[in-house]
Design a protein around this ligand. Structure first.
Ligand code: NAD
Length: 282
């Protein structure tokens, strides 16, 4: 794998949640390429295993673990196994997350005649869907931080990287739960950075702009593969005029995880968005 620059993560153990997915499988590979031993955690063990195999085939060291980031006992069990396989954890990337159609309104705006239409309005949103999305993104960041950061206490050069989103700055239409949850992730990044500042654990985040992945494909692409209206709006609101690709996340991730490069950086969230969050639309 070609990196924009290399940092030395040798002798580090990194846990990456959601590592069976598009973004975090890439981050796991990048971290492994810099010498860290990597634990790939995902609900979908097979997906995480395939990426662990790829890392091992390229000369790295990686293990995959089936884990639910919403279950503390599942995280604790995996942590015990990671200690046996890899050692104490130095780096945590909280990547598991995403939206769900049950927490998504059909339309951007409420209209006076909505009651006559066969659509899912704000009033129809299923609270269990809202809770699911909120918990996956926020509790799914908080619980792994509780479980794995305890390894970092009293040790040098440890840090946590959370994954926020454009929603955290200004909510996107249709997805109130995901927007609120990612705002909570950004807020929690600052809270935990302050809380851990005396014990030397840095906590930062990246906020990817728009990447076309499994978790948002239904919003971005019609069943026949043509782009949705939303895709057109996203691209016209992204000054650089394209979707992000995972390689765009590499540099900021390495900078934030490398204590040599970012020793005095904690509580920040770096947007990687082709200018989306800077653009007013005019
Ligand atoms: P993805 O769907 O490809 O990957 C998410 C992974 O998380 C999947 O492999 C899934 O199995 C796993 N997962 C889901 N629930 C889990 C649970 N309870 N426990 C453990 N693992 C679980 O999505 P992605 O686009 O790669 O997203 C990764 C992160 O980046 C998410 O936090 C997402 O919200 C965020 N993000 C994505 C975009 C984008 O445009 N794709 C933009 C900004 C932020």
């Amino acid at each position: 794998m070609k990196l924009p620059f290399k940092v030395n993560l040798k002798n580090k153990v990194a846990v990456v949640t959601g590592a069976g997915g598009v973004i975090c499988s890439h981050l796991a590979k990048v971290i492994a390429e810099c010498g860290a031993r990597v634990a790939l955690l995902d609900l979908n063990k097979d997906a995480a295993q395939a990426f662990a195999d790829e890392i091992n085939a390229n000369g790295g060291t990686a293990f995959a673990y089936e884990t639910n980031v919403l279950k503390k006992d599942s995280l604790e069990q995996v942590k015990e196994q990671i200690h046996k396989d890899l050692g104490l954890v130095d780096i945590l990337v909280n990547g598991a997350g995403g939206n769900n159609p049950r927490a998504t309104t059909d339309n951007e705006y409420a209209e006076l005649d909505d009651a006559k239409k066969q659509i899912k309005t704000f009033f129809d949103l299923d609270v269990s869907g809202v809770e699911f999305v909120f918990n996956l993104n926020f509790i799914g960041t908080l619980l792994p931080s509780q479980v794995f950061a305890s390894d970092m206490v009293g040790r040098k050069d440890c840090s946590i990287l959370n994954i926020s989103s454009m929603n955290a700055y200004t909510p996107l239409t249709k997805i109130p739960a995901y927007s609120g949850a990612k705002a909570a992730v950004s807020n929690f990044t600052q809270w935990l950075a302050v809380h851990f500042s005396h014990i030397g654990i840095r906590v930062n985040a990246i906020a990817p702009g728009f990447f076309s992945t499994k978790q948002n494909e239904k919003l971005l692409w019609n069943n026949d593969g043509t782009p949705t209206v939303r895709t057109g709006k996203i691209l016209s609101a992204t000054p650089m005029g394209r979707f992000g690709v995972v390689e765009d996340l590499t540099g900021a991730t390495l900078f934030l995880l490398d204590s040599k490069g970012s020793e005095f950086v904690t509580g920040v969230c770096i947007p990687i968005d082709g200018g989306f969050s800077a653009y007013s639309g005019v």
